[in-house]
Design a protein around this ligand. Sequence first.
Ligand code: ADP
Ligand code: MG
Length: 550
Amino acid sequence: MDAAGSSDLERDGPAGFARPFDDPPLDSDESNQGLFDDLLSGEPIFENKEVLRPSYTPHELPHRSDQINKMATILVAALRGETPSNILIYGKTGTGKTASAKFVSKELESTSQRYRVPCDVEYINCEVTDTQYRVLAQLANKFIETNRERIDDQIDHLESLLADLEERDDLAGDSDADDSSLTAGPFEPATAKTADTTPQDADSPVETEGLIEDPEAPDEVVDDQPDDHPLAETPHNSRAAVEAEIESLRDDKDSFEDVPMTGWPTDRVYSVFFDAVDYDERVVVIMLDEIDKLVEKSGDDTLYNLSRMNSDLENSRVSIIGISNDLKFTDFLDPRVKSSLGEEEIVFPPYDANQLRDILEHRSEVSFKQGALSDDVIPLCAAFAAQEHGDARRALDLLRTAGELAERSQTEVVHEDHVRDAQDKIELDRVVEVVRTLPTQSKLVLFAIILLEKNGVKSINTGEVFNIYKRLCQEIDADVLTQRRVTDLISELDMLGIVNAVVVSKGRYGRTKEISLSVPLDETEAVLLSDSRLGDIDDVQPFVQARFDN
Ligand code: ADP
Ligand code: MG
């Protein structure tokens, strides 16, 4: 660590935090260098790495203004108290669907708060929440939570009204004197406003009809003179009315029952969800991300139920935004669901290399230190990601990983080589993940292929794979599948990009598959052997020798 570096650390601390205490100066003696000092001493490349992570929602989304504007044009209905059309959003992964939808929903919610129009947006990721029960339970609990918060706000407001009333009584001194005004008729505010009045009609009178009026109440009834009376701007005409309102809100709050994550009949979950949505007058936008995963896993019941809710709701209105990576998933929907959900469709096309470059440039301005990227880094990340069907997620991963690799090698500038290494690393991580999560049978088939390759066997065919696979199964007491099934598993590995299987014609001997590994052998083998069942196989050589046996 050089002198300048260590004094920087002393002044600001490693991550730029001010030092909280006046510690004695750190000893810069070499003997005091700890495990992390060296790592910290390199000038960090990143200004704010979080900005490159998938969890970060950017404030600006270049090349998505058409899609964002279209969503806004449809959803603005919610701010007018009308029901927006349902929207179906399509596009491949990494085309900015989730980021755009979240951006729009944030704007919608903040605008609705500014204009005091009740509108709630709930986001569900159906890859995680993938059954009708879980979707409904999660929505029910979210709305119950929102309802409780609103009730608490209302109670706070009413309690402060009560406090104002009390203060006024105290100022008036003699409470008997006040009681004399109780004979006056109920207060009918000329310009009363309710909390949820929309801006357009904020000044129009609100009917007080239906409010709790108890003539028996031994309480102050406000007469219509004083405009500065605490209740003048409220629909309540007496202290008792306010207290009764608080009481009834508390009862409502107690009546909400959270839905457990399993165990109830689905009808019951639906009905709790329905009541929670309908508790308040409002427009509710339900955003179902990765909706194709939900349909694939659990069919279209959830969508059917959600899309016909509006005909039963009395106070609220529901609008659905479905987001899908799979363009064809609507083929599996009931025609009614399909037409209701697809009232409006918005397509997110893949980004081209130039667009990806803009996106990366925007994000890198905040995430990297000035001068930390050499000129060719962003164009190369963009070019690689453009080949991956224009995936912005891949582009950002590449840029972040390249930065991390540069950081690790203690250089101050990210170079083209770091991007190439990052590309390899990401690809390898993907393979490792795919292999790690394969079912045991597929792992055994893959292991057989690896053993053959390791022993230099050229043009591996299905029969050879099957023979070794059989031995491996016997070794670990696994069921032995038929050769037909093993052929299918090989095709699946091919589709996952782990092996390459080409059909070759052998003239009058028919056709056969030639199989080769398309991923790095050593790393893949290591992942397979980290599976405890496969790890038990120690000496594999005899199986390979026996490959031509039957
Ligand atoms: P999808 O939902 O279509 O799979 P995401 O919205 O999750 O894609 O986007 C993937 C990543 O790329 C996220 O980190 C997102 O912030 C980023 N991203 C996508 N489009 C843009 C854009 N136009 N501008 C900035 N970042 C973007
Ligand atoms: Mg997404």
